[in-house]
Design a protein around this ligand. Structure first.
Ligand code: ADP
Ligand code: MG
Length: 604
């Protein structure tokens, strides 16, 4: 018998290692740009083709590499940034593992041109699948030009898992923002297929945030600054009214490096509690400085998760700093009985109006009720109110059924009202009797399904209803919203939006889809772009369908919306005319049947 254990060839070992470091074009951008920063560059230009799938090029004016270093840089564990293990505890560079270039070279074609200041000529090296295919002296500017082509050309399974260009571009822009926010003293640009997405001059942090997220964020930034022996904190938080339902503007940096930190995130969210509606996430750009030996950045290969020695103390410091800033800008009540035991004295300013204390009397209070049944009493009264509000739709004769464009035939109205077997429960479900039992329909999901199918048909027939505005509304978009809108503009217009670009990241909305309820068109556009950017799904065949689903989600009737009998009848009828009535466009159950046998079990 022969021995069976063999050493893997370098190319295979590198490909395996690459799996951890290089997952998508965004990882290439991140590694190359971080190397440029570590090389002391003050100018970094990024050029992409097909959202980086075909090519990522990064040009920097950093220190450059010698002929030998340029070759060595691609060896695994080749780094100029640490020499021995004690250096691991005082890392001041973004990279230090020496595996990024080896990983990239294992799964793509790479060309590097690099020249150190003072060298007469630079060096050019070509590598593909870990093999150096040539190295020659070249004329090139000081600094380094990395060109990475055909990512995953030799690993088809990985290539297959890449998402659409807009998704991959989104990942790249996320990495880009993280680095750009950490290095406001470096000028950056990023261009995809000839469209320049960002050009960021060297500036201060506040202006860098504005350049990245667009002008609208400007008046919502609150400065935060705290210095303790454990940690120094600086940066910005955003005012509560700027909070959004999706993630995208939450950034922590530790010693100049972007990090993710769910626990510190909680500290911030906690500080906003009570002043933000549930599900809204405050925006923040928080920079923590701690002694480098009190932090371990070595626990994750892509290095976004880090461990702090004094996590609990930092949580507290962060929580109170944010709370204090919110209080200072008068966005939280100064006394918060639930959160603190200490007494805080509200600041009295010369312009503060003084009001007489008001007494409100709860006329429903019965002193003979115990506290428990008092609460129950209140609860019952509330229920009664809900119950009564259920019928307000019937009582108000002038009420327009504003959610359906089709008007109800008045001759049938009374007939439908008296014969209707549908019933709305708690402003959320429609109950209706069917052959096999009792059917429960989720009203919002049902309406989403109806609108979605309607939009799809209209788009197919080029007959989308557009409601023209008397005066166009101007909306300022952030650079990446603009980029996404440019990509989706034909889909937006197919849906009934009439939007024109007026330059400077501004667009004018001249018209919007007819059936969108009372939604403000500008808010609707921003919401759709935001949702499109932050949700990823393989459910839809095209961007157009996905956009239609999002529009349906935004335009559908809400929960707690009381429906008239006619509206309920219409909803049910339209739902059952849908091709797929059982599921909402995003795949959620629309209806459920409570079988007779199940019901009967309750009465045995
Ligand atoms: P690490 O950044 O962890 O050291 P990399 O594989 O990313 O590992 O890079 C290997 C080495 O190549 C770096 O340590 C650095 O010396 C050199 N290098 C990479 N990119 C550049 C660049 N843009 N300019 C100068 N040197 C670079
Ligand atoms: Mg590196």
């Amino acid at each position: 018998m022969t021995d069976i254990i063999r050493l893997l060839p370098d190319s295979v070992a590198n490909q395996i290692a690459a799996g951890e470091v290089i997952q998508r074009p965004a990882s290439v951008v991140k590694e190359l740009v971080e190397n440029a920063i570590d090389a002391g560059a003050t100018l970094v230009n990024i050029y992409l083709k097909d959202a980086g799938k075909t090519q990522v090029q990064v040009i920097d004016n950093g220190c450059g590499m010698s002929e030998t270093d340029a070759r060595l840089a691609f060896e695994r564990h080749a780094t100029s940034k640490i020499r021995d293990s004690k250096d691991l505890f005082s890392i001041h560079t973004l990279g230090f593992r020496g595996e990024a270039l080896a990983s990239i070279a294992a799964v793509a074609e790479v060309q590097v041109c690099s020249k150190r200041t003072g060298d007469e000529l630079g060096t050019q090296i070509n590598i593909a699948a870990t093999q150096v295919t040539g190295q020659t002296p070249v004329q090139c500017p000081d600094g380094t030009i990395f060109t990475v082509k055909k990512l995953f050309y030799n690993v088809p399974v990985r290539y297959k898992f890449l998402k659409s260009d807009s998704t991959e571009r989104n990942h790249i822009l996320n990495e880009f923002k993280r680095i750009a926010l950490a290095c406001e003293n470096v000028s950056f640009s990023i261009t995809d297929d000839k469209t320049e997405i960002y050009r960021l001059p060297i500036t201060n942090l506040r202006q860098r945030i504005i350049n990245l997220f667009g002008n609208p964020i400007k008046q919502h930034l609150l400065n935060i600054e705290t210095e303790t022996t454990l940690v120094k904190i600086h940066g910005f938080i955003t005012k509560p009214e700027y909070a959004k339902k999706s993630f995208g503007e939450q950034f922590f940096f530790a010693n100049g490096r972007f990090i993710k930190h769910p626990y510190f995130h909680k500290a911030i969210v906690q500080a906003y509690s009570g002043i933000l509606p549930p599900e809204y996430i405050p925006g923040y750009f928080i920079y923590l400085e701690v002694p480098s030996d009190s932090i371990d950045i070595n626990i994750h290969p892509t290095k976004t998760e880090v461990k702090f020695e004094e996590e609990h103390a930092i949580y507290q410091i962060l929580f109170s700093s944010v709370k204090q800033v919110l209080g200072k800008f008068n966005v939280v009540p100064s006394i918060d009985f639930e959160k603190s035991n200490s007494i805080q004295i509200p600041v009295l300013r010369p312009d503060t109006k003084i009001y007489m204390p008001q007494i409100t009397v709860d006329t429903g209070y019965n002193p003979f009720e115990t506290s428990d049944n008092y609460r129950q009493g209140q609860h019952d009264r509330q229920n009664l109110q809900n119950w009564e509000s259920l019928y307000t739709g019937f009582e108000n004769e002038n009420r327009q059924p504003d959610i359906f464009t089709d008007t109800v035939n008045s001759e049938n109205e009374s007939l439908q009202t008296t014969t209707s077997t549908h019933f709305q429960l708690k402003g959320k479900y429609i109950l209706t009797s069917v052959k096999s039992g009792l059917m429960l329909i989720d009203q919002k999901r049902a309406h989403e399904r109806i609108l979605f199918e309607q939009y799809c048909v209209q788009m197919l027939n080029h007959s989308s209803a557009s409601q023209q505005s008397l005066f166009p509304e101007t909306v300022e978009l952030s650079p990446d919203e603009m980029m996404l809108w440019l990509e989706l503009r034909s889909d937006f217009s197919a849906l009934g939006f009439d939007i024109q670009s007026v330059g400077d990241f501004k667009v004018n909305i001249h018209g919007h889809p007819g059936e969108t309820g009372k939604k403000n068109p500008a808010a609707l556009l921003c919401k759709l772009l935001d949702e499109f950017r932050h949700t990823e799904t393989d459910l839809f065949e095209s961007h157009r369908e996905r956009l239609a689903a999002l529009l349906a989600q935004e335009s559908a009737i809400r929960y707690n919306q009381i429906l008239t009998t006619e509206e309920i009848d219409h909803l049910v009828e339209k739902l059952f005319n849908c091709a797929i009535p059982n599921y909402s466009p995003s795949g959620k159950q629309v209806m459920y049947i409570l079988k007779m046998e199940e019901i009967e079990k309750y009465f045995l």
